[in-house]
Each structure stands twice: as structure tokens, then as C-alpha cells.
Design a protein around this ligand. Structure first.
Ligand SMILES: [Zn+2]
Length: 106
């Protein structure tokens, strides 16, 4: 039997009485613009050249390059309890909203 706990507050999430919320975050470099920009002209030969280039790049990739690649493209998945889900949707990036409130030290 699988038991889930909230990835934020670590509280166990009971599969009967609690609703488990799944948060999926995908991080990847946005490169669409570059890809369509450079292939508009002389598309006939560019494709073959591009494939050869890609093969060249793939052959010369070592493990550290692959690690970099993995770091720039990442899929994250979290389980949240209902209370943490409500907090998450209000402030997904965890930005400090307290700035607007001014607390005096007096
Ligand atoms: Zn929680």
C-alpha cells in the first residue's frame, strides 16, 4: 500500500480523507525562435548539414555535457496536501510577498 506525504509540510496524506494534489513543473530552455529563424533560407541543403552537425555534436558529447543537458531540462513532481496546495497556487515560485507589509522594530 502506497503512503503519500506532503512534499511541503511532510504531513502524511490519507488517501481516504485527504485529497492529494500533484504539482508538475517542467523546466526547459525556450529555443523555438532560434530554430525557425536559421532554417528559413536554403532549406534543401541546410537539413542535411544540420543532421551531420547533430551527429557530430552527439558523438562528441561526454558525460559532463549530458549532465548539463539534464540540468537545463527538468521535470519536477510534488505531492501536496490541500493546505499547501492553496498556498502554492497563490505563490507558485515562493516569492516573498511579505515585502509589501512593513513591520517596524519599535
Ligand atoms: Zn502540506
Amino acid at each position: 500500500m502506497l503512503h503519500y506525504s506532503c512534499d511541503s509540510c511532510k504531513r502524511p496524506i490519507d488517501h481516504v480523507s485527504d485529497v492529494r494534489h500533484v504539482v508538475k513543473i517542467e523546466v526547459f530552455p525556450a529555443v523555438e525562435d532560434q530554430a525557425c529563424g536559421c532554417q528559413d533560407s536554403d532549406a534543401g541543403t541546410a537539413d542535411a548539414d544540420h543532421l551531420e552537425d547533430m551527429q557530430d555534436v552527439l558523438e562528441h558529447l561526454d558525460e559532463s555535457d549530458l549532465a548539463d543537458l539534464d540540468d537545463s531540462t527538468r521535470s519536477l513532481r510534488f505531492d501536496l496536501c490541500d493546505a499547501c496546495r492553496q498556498r502554492f497556487v497563490k505563490n507558485p515560485l515562493g516569492i516573498n510577498l511579505g515585502k509589501q507589509l512593513y513591520f517596524s522594530n519599535n
